[in-house]
Write a protein that binds this ligand. Structure first.
Ligand SMILES: Cc1ncc(COP(=O)(O)O)c(C=O)c1O
Length: 378
């Protein structure tokens, strides 16, 4: 039985893969500093171990979206540059400032709240002003950019304006006209702010896709997330292997039951699948409660008994069924692989993304905390 304390599913995280993926990204950045993005619990891989592995691989910054998660990572990794950028008016900014976490700022209310917290702690907050260069998500819109820059500069007793940044909407579609438009808008925002007295330590725009497609947007810092976990941000154009990346997460589960059934047996909720012969069914102890997407019902690939099978019928909350065929040599307790590197023929997270009609980001990030993580390497 391979299950951890009887729990059938586990995610095995290869920290050597994360370290070497980061080393590859550092090499491709041609001397530009690299921020390891470990938001959403390190895209499901574990924020702290992944941050440490990425730093060992040559990253010099760590990026975490939520301030609460950033504080946890800071406590574990010690010093070094960190950036965090998602918070609410209720956030305890003083804690972040004292923990020397740089703060991304997209709105005047945040400038005021962070400046007030900095004055309270008698220190200056390091801020990165975000400019909305066209994505229409976070960031200061062009019409209020100059006013917001001036506000930040005027609060120099409390704020140190160290960064200017933005984010691409379509970096995964090389040649998309928005890429050049966003680059131009970013250059305008930087020049305008510098002309008004800003002296940025780092200007940053690129994510994994921008770096790997050579979008020419490196500036002083790049912020790859997905690629450091060994997954391709441009799967239709290049696989992880094509990009020299190695998937770091392997998701395994366990057969909880194997049984013979007759031809015509309906399978799982709705009986949407029916066996066409006398056959064997394997019940796998993982379901959508464990992050395995229900939308991959009837399609999700699985590696059972050394060969590919797939989810038969509807995937349930904590189990699914796969048809093994007559006379398969399997038993309860046998390990199954939902995804891994693909080296031995097992499916990859990208295969699951295709089967579920989503992106690999969602597959790995969606594995909830109750699924045990086991770390190898690092
Ligand atoms: C602001 C920001 N920077 C960088 C990243 C990393 O992006 P990716 O995982 O595509 O490299 C993200 C992820 O969504 C992000 O929101």
């Amino acid at each position: 039985m391979n299950a951890v304390n009887g729990f059938p599913t586990r995610a095995i995280i290869d920290l050597n893969a994360i370290r070497s993926n980061m080393a590859t990204l550092v090499q491709r950045s041609h001397g530009t500093a690299v921020m390891a993005v470990v938001k959403a619990n390190g895209y499901g891989h574990g924020a702290v171990p992944c941050a440490l592995a990425a730093l060992a691989g040559g990253a010099t910054w760590v990026g975490v979206a939520q301030v609460t998660e950033a504080l946890r990572v800071r406590a574990a990794i010690g010093g070094g540059r960190m950036l965090s950028w998602i918070y609410t008016p209720e956030t305890a900014f003083a804690q972040a400032i004292e923990a020397q976490i740089d703060l991304g700022v997209s709105a005047p209310w945040a400038l005021e709240a962070i400046a007030a917290a900095a004055r309270h702690t008698a220190s200056r907050a390091r801020i990165h002003l975000k400019t909305d260069t066209g994505m229409g998500r976070a960031g200061v819109p062009p019409a209020s950019w100059i006013r917001t820059v001036d506000m930040a500069l005027a609060a120099e007793d409390a704020l140190e304006l160290v960064g200017c940044w933005s984010h691409f909407a379509c970096a995964d579609q090389p040649g998309h006209p928005s890429i050049q438009a966003q680059k131009d808008a970013f250059a305008w925002a930087v020049e305008t702010a510098e002309a008004r007295g800003a002296c940025f330590e780092v200007r940053h725009l690129a994510n994994s896709a921008a770096l790997l497609t050579d979008a020419g947007a490196n500036w002083d810092l790049i912020r790859p997330g997905l690629a450091m976990y060994g997954l391709s941000p441009i799967p239709d154009l290049a696989s992880a292997a094509d990009l020299g990346l190695r998937p770091a997460m392997r998701l395994e589960s366990t057969l909880t039951l194997v049984k013979n059934v007759s031809a015509g047996q309906g399978v799982s909720y709705g009986l949407t699948y029916r066996t066409s012969r006398d056959t064997m069914l394997a019940i796998v102890g993982a379901g959508y409660g464990d992050g395995v997407p229900r939308s991959a019902s009837g399609a999700g690939p699985v590696w059972v008994a050394g060969r590919r099978g797939r989810v038969a019928g509807r995937l349930c909350m904590d189990q699914f069924v796969s048809e093994l065929g007559p006379g398969a040599a399997c038993q309860a307790g046998d390990r199954v692989v939902l995804f891994g590197t693909g080296d031995d023929g097992e499916p990859t997270a990208e295969d699951w993304a295709r089967a579920a009609g989503t992106i690999a980001y969602e597959i790995v990030t969606g594995i909830p905390a109750h699924v045990p993580r086991e770390y190898v390497g690092g």
